[in-house]
Design a binder for this molecule. Structure first.
Ligand code: ZN
Length: 162
């Protein structure tokens, strides 16, 4: 069958509320939060069961990632202007000008990204979904696209071949 199908999962339940700030050399936002929404589009061929991929699988894997990020401080562990350190039960972020944030470690999630932008969050969620959907790859999935919106009408999309 043709590979020219695309499924899109965009549900109110695929969301997380989290605190972040953008920081790069010479600029730092104040700490604030967003109600993020995640959407996922997957392209591929239709299998013998009539699906590209069961929506339930996509929702389950995406929900797991959202739950890990929900009600956390999103920490860019690869930042080029913040140092991120564990101090006992805390995570301490120090910006290049000496500004310090201290959070309980359990309230944080350290992400392998440089900036906590919607773009880099979309890249992170995509990598997690790619891992989570790996065993379904034999279904002839060809492409995945993840959207992360930090406010209505304000989203970044990251697309990759599977
Ligand atoms: Zn923000």
């Amino acid at each position: 069958m043709s590979a020219d199908y695309r499924i899109v999962v965009q549900k109110d339940s695929l969301k997380f509320s989290a605190a972040h700030f953008i920081a790069y050399k010479g600029f730092r936002e104040r700490l604030h939060g967003h109600n993020y929404q995640v959407s996922v589009a997957i392209s591929g061929s239709v299998g013998a069961d009539g699906y590209v991929l069961d929506f339930g699988i996509v929702k389950r894997v995406t929900r797991t990632v959202c739950e890990e990020l929900d009600e956390r401080v999103l920490v860019p562990a690869r930042s080029d202007c913040l140092t991120v350190a564990r101090e006992g039960p805390s995570v301490v972020l120090t910006y290049e000008d000496g500004a310090r944030f201290l959070f309980p470690a359990a309230d944080c999630v350290l992400l392998p990204i440089v900036h906590v932008s919607a773009e880099e969050l979309a890249e992170y969620v995509l990598s997690r979904l790619r891992d989570g959907l790996d065993r379904h790859a034999m279904r002839g999935l060809t492409e995945i696209e993840v959207g992360v919106s930090e406010a209505p009408g304000q989203a970044a999309y990251r697309r990759a071949e599977l």
